[in-house]
Design a protein around this ligand. Structure first.
Ligand SMILES: NC(=O)c1ccc[n+]([C@@H]2O[C@H](COP(=O)([O-])OP(=O)(O)OC[C@H]3O[C@@H](n4cnc5c(N)ncnc54)[C@H](OP(=O)(O)O)[C@@H]3O)[C@@H](O)[C@H]2O)c1
Length: 346
């Protein structure tokens, strides 16, 4: 009877309040679940310079642009949600703030100067991003072997093997070391990163995490460790070799009267178009063979085949591939800690 006397609008308001409370509870629950999926790991970049900033930038960008409702399908269950960036100088620290401060998730980054132990203790995953010759002293410093015990170490150090990193960490038996070789195009999220296959293989969740980290900055391939020096030469030195070729392309046009700025732009865009054709043109989603691409534009009796003949006379193929082989040998010698490795050889 009393219920009948309660006006409809009061009943409706009560229902609305209940509904709002329920929705808010469900939203919080959903957000907690998403945080569980998305967060949880602390990533420390030991040596956060050019490459460290590019990789961290890719990760922060990806996390900042993914809403709580949508998690990338390739994402591991636990993503990094706290970040430590370690440098030596105040200039290095300022650079991080200048280059990464734009990302919403920069609030989760702590910059450490001349202090590697605390951020390593706090980390689950450590990206080694210092110069190759610095790694021994950094890993052997007081407190570091203990701080790194049981952690996942990802090294991007050119020429430095997993074994040589392990030898700097005699007591950190349980650390897992993964070697990866990104390139300078990481800065524009177009890196070609080679990830060395681990033996024994990584646990699924670790492998997914490593792949996810490097796909934030471009493409990845997996190859055995024995290929890493050649990959360093192809992908690490490749941008410099390609830049020389682009400079030569533009120089030819400049010599024939094309304005300088336009010539460089045209050379760069031509290379970009060519790489897109190669990357997207193959059968079954594979890469198009460069010779197929070359043949397609070489009309019999035309200007392209005429130019190609000149390149063949200049032994461009042999010279460029020899440069890659030379860089491979130099990379492996640098990795052994040798200096003066570019001297003449018999
Ligand atoms: N650059 C590339 O294209 C490329 C490509 C593939 C792989 N790699 C590899 O990536 C690594 C980094 O190269 P990079 O070009 O990024 O070098 P980088 O710009 O010189 O960065 C090195 C970083 O290490 C920091 N650092 C120096 N001493 C340290 C210490 N004791 N503790 C903690 N941090 C310290 C430096 O800080 P300060 O600035 O304060 O001294 C700097 O932030 C190298 O091992 C290289 O072989 C580079």
């Amino acid at each position: 009877m009393e219920r009948d006397l309660t006006p409809d609008w009061i009943l409706q308001q009560t229902l609305n309040v209940q509904n709002t409370a329920l929705m808010s509870f469900l939203k919080d629950k959903q957000s907690e679940q998403n945080d569980g999926k998305r967060g949880g790991l602390t990533l420390t970049v030991l040596g956060c310079g050019t490459m460290g900033i590019a990789i961290l930038g890719g990760i922060l960008d990806s996390l900042s642009s993914t809403s709580t409702q949508e998690v990338d399908s390739d994402a591991p269950k636990r993503l990094p949600n706290k970040f430590n960036a370690c440098v030596r100088s105040s200039k290095g620290a300022e650079r991080i703030k200048r280059e990464l401060g734009q990302y919403e998730r920069f609030k989760d980054v702590t910059v450490y100067q001349n202090d590697n132990v605390k951020p390593s203790q706090d980390a689950d995953v450590i990206l080694l991003g210092c110069k190759p010759y610095m790694i021994g002293p950094i890993l052997k410093a007081e407190g570091m072997p203990k701080a790194l015990e049981g952690k996942l170490l990802i090294s991007i150090l050119a020429g430095v093997t997993e074994q040589s990193i392990q030898s700097s960490l005699p007591s950190a038996e349980h650390s897992k070391i993964v070697r990866a070789m990104p390139n300078t195009a990481a800065a524009v999220r177009e890196s070609m990163t080679v990830i060395a296959t681990s033996s024994p293989p990584l646990e699924d969740e670790t492998a997914v995490l490593v792949d996810w980290m490097f796909t934030r900055i471009g493409r990845i391939v997996h190859l055995p460790s024995s290929n890493m020096d050649a990959c360093t030469a192809l992908c690490g030195s490749g941008p410099a070799f390609t830049a020389l070729f682009l400079e030569s392309l533009a120089a030819g046009a400049i010599a024939m009267g094309v304005p300088r700025d336009e010539a460089y732009l045209m050379a760069a865009q031509t290379a970009r178009g060519t790489t897109q054709l190669m990357l997207k043109g193959g059968q079954d989603g594979g890469v198009e063979h460069p010779a197929v691409l070359r043949d397609k534009v070489s009309t019999p009796g035309g200007c392209t085949i005429g130019g190609l003949m000149v390149l063949e006379e200049g032994a461009v193929r042999g010279t460029v591939s020899r440069a890659v082989r030379e860089a491979t040998v130099v990379a492996s010698r640098l990795g052994e800690g040798k200096s003066g490795v570019n001297g003449p050889r018999p």
